[in-house]
Design a protein around this ligand. Structure first.
Ligand SMILES: NC(=O)C1=CN([C@@H]2O[C@H](COP(=O)(O)OP(=O)(O)OC[C@H]3O[C@@H](n4cnc5c(N)ncnc54)[C@H](OP(=O)(O)O)[C@@H]3O)[C@@H](O)[C@H]2O)C=CC1
Ligand SMILES: O=C(O)CCCC(=O)O
Length: 474
């Protein structure tokens, strides 16, 4: 499968050197994309800049109808998009299907939300004066996206940007560019005018370098590691760009002793093992109160041991491959570090290599301590470390111990105790008796070093709007 750049409505880059895309479950080459650099990115930005006046002057209703067409096309192509995603990223096919529907839900939500970009009037402090607040699109948007959600992380940036009247240049990840290109093909099929959506694949230092330094780009939206996010924040200072960052997480899961244990086990499995643990809001560590500690662990192990590891295309697979060897090595390092410092492995604890591809078995560690690597650094793999805690306040203290603040979870049947924990958590998203809180209509994003800004919900379109205050003398 040969795919290309999409710049100003043309598929280009046929003459450039190609990057091979591998299936992480088999090692097979499944496609190629061009290795673009500064000059291709500049052309894409110029096209987006040129398309901006016309696109931004359409009515919200006109932009909405393009997005609705895109939404229908995504659902029409659900099976094909899902298969492509599994082939290049590895997640089980049923999760890929879920991701296509999830991605389409952002397009649908923002097709409607664009119609609700309201300004306001302010009571003046003087006679013969009108004061009003208007909203306008921020301008050309540069989006840099990660491999773990190849479709959703583009859709939840592209849809609000386009709905707000912005034009768009996306740099997808090198590991999973094919799904991104297919989505952009559907944008073309939906009739979105040329120059409004552009895509450049290639060297992140060069493509992102141009996006960050080009003065025509007014907004950068990034999902990925905290390390790269910090670099982008520094680089955005030069041209003072509006920036949204959705960065790493280290989600704590607190299971209080009044929790419904079966419900908690299901919630922890859903949170922890979705996408093989390669999700920024996945539970990274579990705190369980002493009274239910042994009972919870035994039920958790019994359920988790049924999870099947393998090729995501095969029926029955629950956990696909790790994205690459670096991802696998990080998981192995965290597990070994915990065991060497006294944690007990009660399930899994190892992975395997097959044809140069890396798989990790669902793993549960008990009696983990706060100082271990796994309790502090993002693991991004199918490992659940469990620490025993006594009081609710002790659980809150440990939950807040890292510099991350994206998602956290609490399982409790008590309104008073659950609410106390929710209030104490320094996190942008909290699932209370809910292991999968994400939804297009809700704000998604983190506090502390997990990022800046929110995607989804009304906040998700605000991120692509400027506020203009107008004072009118009458
Ligand atoms: N918040 C989240 O959802 C995610 C968190 N992570 C965390 O990050 C770890 C590493 O994953 P990784 O894929 O390397 O994440 P990165 O942050 O490196 O990659 C995310 C995106 O940023 C691009 N990128 C990489 N380096 C730069 C740079 N210097 N300047 C601008 N853009 C850059 C990548 O491009 P390219 O692919 O071409 O290098 C990709 O498009 C994971 O193990 C996980 O802990 C990872 C992915 C998502
Ligand atoms: O950044 C991620 O890891 C993707 C988040 C998936 C979700 O929206 O739940």
């Amino acid at each position: 499968m040969e795919k290309f750049h999409y710049i100003n409505g043309d598929w280009v880059g046929q003459d450039l050197e190609k990057l091979e895309v591998n299936n992480p479950a088999t090692g097979d080459v499944v496609g190629t994309v061009p290795i673009g650099g500064k000059s291709e990115t500049k052309k894409a930005i110029d096209a987006a800049h040129k398309a901006f006046p016309e696109w931004s002057s359409l009515t919200a209703y006109e932009r909405s109808s393009y997005l609705k067409k895109l939404h229908s096309l995504m659902l029409e192509h659900e099976d094909e998009l899902a298969e492509l995603m599994t082939i290049e990223m590895g997640k089980p096919l049923h999760e890929s299907k879920g991701e296509v529907a999830y991605s389409a839900s952002f397009v649908e939500w923002f097709a409607e939300e664009g119609k609700r970009v309201y300004g306001r009037t302010i009571p003046p402090h003087k006679e013969k004066r009108m004061m009003e607040v208007r909203k306008q699109p921020v301008g050309v948007v540069g989006a840099i996206t990660p491999w773990n959600f190849p479709a959703a992380m583009i859709a939840r940036k592209l849809a609000p940007a386009l709905a707000a009247g912005c034009t768009f240049v996306v740099k997808p990840p090198s590991a999973t560019p094919l799904t991104a290109v297919r989505l952009v093909e559907l944008c073309e099929e939906a009739g979105i005018p040329k120059g409004v959506v552009n895509l450049v694949t290639g060297k992140s230092s060069e493509v992102a370098g141009e996006l960050m330094s080009n003065p025509h780009v007014r907004k950068i939206t990034f999902t990925g590691s905290t390390e790269v996010g910090k670099k982008l924040m520094e680089q955005s200072a030069e041209t003072v760009k509006n920036i949204s960052l959705e960065l790493g997480g280290h989600a704590p899961i607190i299971v209080l002793d009044d929790a419904d244990i079966d419900k908690a086990v299901d919630g922890v499995i859903a949170s922890k093992f979705r996408n093989g643990g390669q999700t920024c809001i996945c539970g990274n560590r579990v705190y369980v109160q002493e009274k239910i500690y042994d009972d919870f662990i035994s039920k958790f192990v019994n359920k988790a041991k049924e999870l099947q590891v393998g090729n995501g295309l095969e029926e029955g697979t629950d956990i696909g491959p790790m994205i690459d060897k670096d991802g696998y090595d990080k998981v192995e390092k965290h597990v070994q570090n915990a065991i060497s410092q006294g944690a007990e492995c009660v399930l899994g604890g190892e992975g395997y290599e097959e044809n140069g591809c890396y798989f990790y078995r669902p793993t549960i560690l008990k009696d983990v301590a706060p100082g271990m690597l796994i309790m502090n650094e993002e693991t991004f793999g199918p490992v659940a470390p469990i620490q025993k805690v006594s009081t609710d306040d002790e659980a809150i203290k440990f939950a807040n111990q890292t510099p991350f603040g994206l998602a956290a979870y609490v399982f409790s049947e008590s309104v008073r105790r659950g609410n106390h924990v929710v209030n104490g958590l320094d996190y942008g998203i909290v699932g209370w008796n809910d292991g999968v809180p994400s939804a297009a209509q809700a704000p998604f994003g983190g506090m502390k070093q997990s990022g800046i800004g929110r995607e989804g919900g009304h906040e998700g379109i605000e991120a692509y709007l400027e506020t203009k205050y107008v004072s009118i003398g009458l």
